[in-house]
Design a protein around this ligand. Structure first.
Ligand code: SAM
Length: 288
């Protein structure tokens, strides 16, 4: 029988065999809890043959559960030693892409109906969540540090709200799926983690995210300022223009960005139209 990759002793033996220490700089905290692994995999509702993209498979704790359920797994791992182990362990049962997940076109890897899973490396979790949301998987189950999970759920008025929250509201519903504690990882991380599930929905605003994004970016770049001021500083609008744009969107100019709903951002972006184009160029290709 194949060794269980969630077993703490198996994980230690494999790392010793590879002559490798878990790398902090790559966020390597390996899942060593079978029940939590099962809960994560159950969230994907896998039917044999389903395409599943995994970010950061590590030693394969989650991967093994995906393959057991008949998933057609495409995993992206940056660490060369771990990639060599995964190839040797899973052979042709796993399609491995040895690369930095931030440089991979996750949308093409998913295809039309792929699902996505990842116990994400903490140091780039925000950028990876944004890339995942933009790629629109059919379902996603992600292990995140609690601070990022809370940001995804933060309601209007919360100081945890940010551009990532708005992108999430635009793209998907978020469901709390499981709590994790440091003892469920080797080595134990210093922060607590949560598993969330993302279920895509039709965007509640009839604009492309690229049209909303500059306004969202400005509102949070100047989050301590009123929206009237943020629009002036962020887009170079004259005071009267900023006031008119906010009035047209029925938004009190004294409010701050973190109090706005996605629908209000939609009204504001629609009213500003091409006034936001200059900043859009500065924002680059990343989704947030
Ligand atoms: N999935 C495994 C588990 O649950 O035990 C490992 C999770 S560990 C928290 C994060 C994994 O992401 C590590 O295997 C690490 O090498 C990998 N990783 C880190 N940065 C990455 C990147 N930029 N692209 C792809 N994988 C990355």
């Amino acid at each position: 029988m194949e060794p269980k990759l969630t077993s703490p002793s198996v994980v230690r033996e494999l790392l010793a065999g590879l002559g490798a220490q878990p790398l902090k700089r790559l966020g390597q905290n390996f899942l060593v809890d079978y029940n939590l692994r099962e809960r994560i995999v159950a969230g994907l509702e896998i039917v044999p043959g389903d395409r599943v993209v995994e970010i950061g498979p590590g030693l394969g704790a989650i991967t093994q559960g995906l393959i057991e359920r008949g998933g057609d797994v495409h995993a992206i791992e940056i660490d060369r030693a771990l990639a060599a182990h995964l190839r040797a362990f899973f052979g042709p049962r796993l399609h491995l892409c040895e690369a930095d997940a931030l440089t991979v076109d996750i949308g093409s890897l998913l295809g039309p109906s792929g699902k996505l899973v990842g116990n994400l490396p903490y140091y780039i979790s925000t950028a990876l969540v944004a890339a995942v949301l933009a790629a629109r998987p059919a379902l996603a189950v992600l292990m995140l540090q609690s601070e990022v999970a809370d940001r995804l759920k933060a309601p209007p008025g919360s100081s945890e709200r940010g551009a990532l929250t708005l992108l999430r509201e635009y793209a998907a519903d978020v469901e709390p799926w499981a709590r994790a504690n440091p003892a469920q990882f080797y080595p134990p991380p210093k922060v607590s983690s949560q598993v969330i599930r993302l279920v895509p929905h039709v965007p509640p605003v009839a604009l492309a995210w690229s049209a909303l994004r500059p306004v969202v970016a400005v509102a949070f770049r100047y989050r301590r300022k009123t929206l009237a001021r943020a629009l002036r500083e962020g887009f170079g609008l004259a005071p009267a223009e900023a006031a008119a744009a906010l009035e047209k969107a029925s938004i009190d100019p004294q409010r701050r960005g973190e109090t706005l709903t996605l629908i209000e951002f939609g009204r504001l972006a629609a009213g500003l139209g091409e006034r936001t184009e200059a900043l859009a160029g500065d924002l680059g290709d990343a989704p947030i």
